[in-house]
Structure formats: structure tokens, C-alpha cells
Design a protein around this ligand. Structure first.
Ligand code: NAG
Ligand code: NAG
Ligand code: NAG
Length: 116
């Protein structure tokens, strides 16, 4: 049986415009599989791409837990509303076909000051 699970996501926000997301995903696959994680900020106009990370997992990996770490910076383009909506977009071929899904990480009010 093949499963694909995002087990946890942690968002760290520094200076209100820097985002750092880490977590782990798992896939019970006997074959090599690859995944791409994209960090996005969504507003009502469109999705702003921040950064992405691609990794492949070789067969025979002991742990099915793959941890990822991605960060990015959001530029001030003056179009923001009052919130950042942070998404990660996973694309993987764990199940043998290319699949993708969104995962909302957090909605961050811009007016709040985050300090790490
Ligand atoms: C992103 O993460 C890398 C590796 O951990 C680090 O070197 C870099 O400074 C980080 N960038 C930002 C914008 O946080
Ligand atoms: C994208 O991620 C890499 C690796 O973590 C990091 O070094 C780089 O600074 C990031 N790029 C941006 C635009 O934040
Ligand atoms: C996933 O994609 C990689 C790179 O294209 C390929 O080597 C691998 O065999 C694929 N895995 C599966 C399960 O389809």
C-alpha cells in the first residue's frame, strides 16, 4: 500500500516577510520517487511564488519520513490585503503518477509583528 502523508508543518515568520517552513512527508514506496515543495503566498489576485525545493528518495530508504525545509521572502509590492496566506504546493510521484496538492500552512496577519 502506498500512502502519502504530510505529517507536520512548522512555520516560522521573521520580520513579517520571511517565511520558513519545515515538516516531513512520507511515502510507502518500493521505488524511487521524487517530490517538489513550492512555497507560495496567495492573495485574491494570484499566487506569489517564493521558493521551491526538489528532492528524490532512493528505494531502500529505511525511514519513510522525508523531512523538507523551505524558506522564502515575500517582497512588498503594495498589493497586499491584511493577511498573508501561506501555502505549500506539493508535487510528487509517489503513487507512480504525478500528483499535487495544496496545503495551507497559515494565515498571517500583516499587522502583527513576528520576531523569532
Ligand atoms: C533559507 O535557508 C537556508 C538554509 O537553511 C539559509 O542558508 C538561508 O539563509 C535561509 N534564507 C532565508 C531568507 O531565511
Ligand atoms: C530558496 O531556498 C534556498 C535553500 O534553502 C535558500 O538558500 C534561498 O535563499 C531561498 N531563496 C529565496 C529567494 O529566499
Ligand atoms: C518518479 O520520477 C523520477 C524522476 O522522473 C523517476 O526516476 C522515478 O522512477 C519516478 N517514480 C515513480 C514511482 O514513478
Amino acid at each position: 500500500m502506498k500512502v502519502f502523508i504530510v505529517s507536520f508543518v512548522i512555520l516560522t515568520v521573521a520580520l513579517a516577510t520571511e517565511f520558513d517552513v519545515s515538516g516531513s512527508i512520507s511515502c510507502d514506496s518500493k521505488k524511487k520517487w521524487c517530490y517538489t515543495v513550492e512555497l507560495l503566498e496567495s492573495d485574491y489576485l494570484d499566487n506569489d511564488y517564493m521558493n521551491h525545493s526538489t528532492k528524490c528518495v532512493e528505494p531502500g530508504t529505511e525511514s519513510y519520513q522525508e523531512s523538507y525545509h523551505i524558506n522564502g521572502t515575500q517582497k512588498d509590492d503594495g498589493l497586499w490585503d491584511y493577511y498573508f496566506e501561506i501555502f505549500v504546493d506539493f508535487s510528487h510521484n509517489c503513487t507512480g503518477i504525478q500528483e499535487s496538492f495544496y496545503h495551507e500552512v497559515a494565515i498571517v496577519p500583516i499587522t502583527e509583528k513576528y520576531v523569532t
